[in-house]
Design a protein around this ligand. Structure first.
Ligand SMILES: C[S@@+](CC[C@H](N)C(=O)[O-])C[C@H]1O[C@@H](n2cnc3c(N)ncnc32)[C@H](O)[C@@H]1O
Ligand code: SF4
Length: 364
């Protein structure tokens, strides 16, 4: 049984060039049927869900592009939970939507800001302008949201260090409780990569310095760098994303909807990404088509190390001995990239900055 539920809402008004998530453009006429399918999948899988759900995360796509009455029906049909997050695109956040979300138990909103520079928003095919972001933020605050997160992207073609400083400054001026800052990933072979090839190559060389700028600026302004790409305001409340922490700590989770992944008791599966097949199967009260991924114990342990070392809290190495290369660990300690103490292991700030490469070295 798991206490963490992910629900995928794939609909978007349009497709942004850099995006590789499972999304479907428009299809307003199918939103209701999709929500019915989600609730049917939940009913079929309800014995996997603990009675006291801790976190629910509605991700997308653009959950807040879903027809309002359909989104409302979904929220009413979900169990209650201690943390309920909804991802929102700024241009979809009206006063009405913000009030509806708050009224139905949503207590955290993750806003896809990406940048505050109009020309970089154009490069990313974004609809929201900086003023749209500010308006969305104040609608959420007015509706009573005291836990708002911003997503920012750096390494956008044409972005300079001064642009990034300005983005961070604009975000800090609004004072969200949480910030996720992602390095732009461009998939080879996509239209975006083809159109921005040179700009992307130029940015690749600057990524490390952008990352350093992000960490220095946010930690210098009272945010805790608690995960490689995630920061939360320090204070009397723990403002880390409890849902994402569950992933990083290797807890089980149930995912509903097209393309959604679940990991429960050593089994992992991914739902079909095809909307029509998903809806039809659930209309027939059958589980959707799924891909099952074998998860042998050593793979589970490796994932624990890879994800656990992204956090700023030490990882207990109890039971992880077989997948850690002790001579590599000693070398990394000598280089000041990792530290061991009392049965736990952590990366130093420099080690976290270098990230995945250091962790890969550690794995036997
Ligand atoms: C599920 S996505 C999109 C949520 C929402 N529809 C939006 O566009 O704001 C969540 C976040 O992932 C990040 N993201 C999406 N594609 C990315 C990419 N190619 N590289 C880096 N970050 C990306 C963006 O910051 C985005 O807000
Ligand atoms: S709105 Fe978000 S999920 Fe939809 S295409 Fe753009 S980045 Fe992807």
């Amino acid at each position: 049984m798991t206490r963490h539920l992910y629900v995928h809402l794939p609909f978007c008004a349009h497709r942004c060039g850099y995006c590789d998530f499972v999304t479907v453009v428009g299809r307003k006429a199918q939103h209701d049927a999709y929500v019915d399918a989600l609730l049917a999948e939940l009913a079929l899988e309800c014995e996997l869900l603990a009675p006291d759900v801790e976190t629910i995360f509605l991700g997308g796509g653009t959950p807040t592009f879903t027809a309002l009455h359909a989104l409302e029906r979904l929220l009413v049909g979900l169990p209650s939970a201690e943390e309920v997050t909804v991802e929102a695109n700024p241009e979809t956040v009206t006063q009405e939507l913000a009030r509806m979300l708050r009224g139905l138990g949503v207590n955290r909103v993750s806003l896809g800001v990406q940048s505050f520079q109009p020309r970089l928003l154009t490069v990313l095919d974004r609809v929201a302008q900086p003023d749209t972001v500010r308006r969305a933020f104040y609608h959420l605050r007015d509706a009573g949201f005291d836990n708002i997160s911003f997503d920012l992207i750096y390494g956008i073609p044409g972005q300079s260090p001064a642009d990034l400083e300005s983005d961070l400054g604009e975000a800090l001026a609004l004072g969200p409780e949480h910030l996720s800052c992602y390095e732009l990933e461009a998939k080879p072979g996509t239209r975006f990569t083809y159109e921005h090839g040179e700009g992307l190559v130029r940015q690749a060389d600057a990524m490390e310095s952008y990352f350093e700028l992000v960490v220095a600026t946010l930690t210098g302004n009272g945010y805790r760098w608690y995960e490689t790409a995630n920061f939360c305001r320090e204070g009397d409340r723990d403002l880390r994303s409890r849902h994402n922490l569950a992933y990083w700590l290797g807890r089980d989770y149930l995912g509903l909807g097209i393309g959604a992944v679940s990991t429960i008791e050593g089994r992992r599966w991914r739902n079909t990404p095809r909307l029509r097949a998903y809806v039809e199967q659930l209309e027939a009260r059958e589980l959707p088509a799924r891909e099952h991924e074998p998860l042998p114990v050593d793979v589970q342990l490796r994932e624990r190390v890879m994800l656990g070392l992204r956090l700023d809290e030490p990882l207990s190495v109890d039971g992880l001995g077989d997948v850690i290369d002790l001579s590599a660990l000693e070398r990394l300690e000598r280089l000041g990239l990792a530290v061991r103490s009392n049965g736990s292991l952590a990366l130093t700030a420099r080690g976290r900055m270098l990230g995945g490469g250091v962790t890969a070295d550690l794995l036997a």
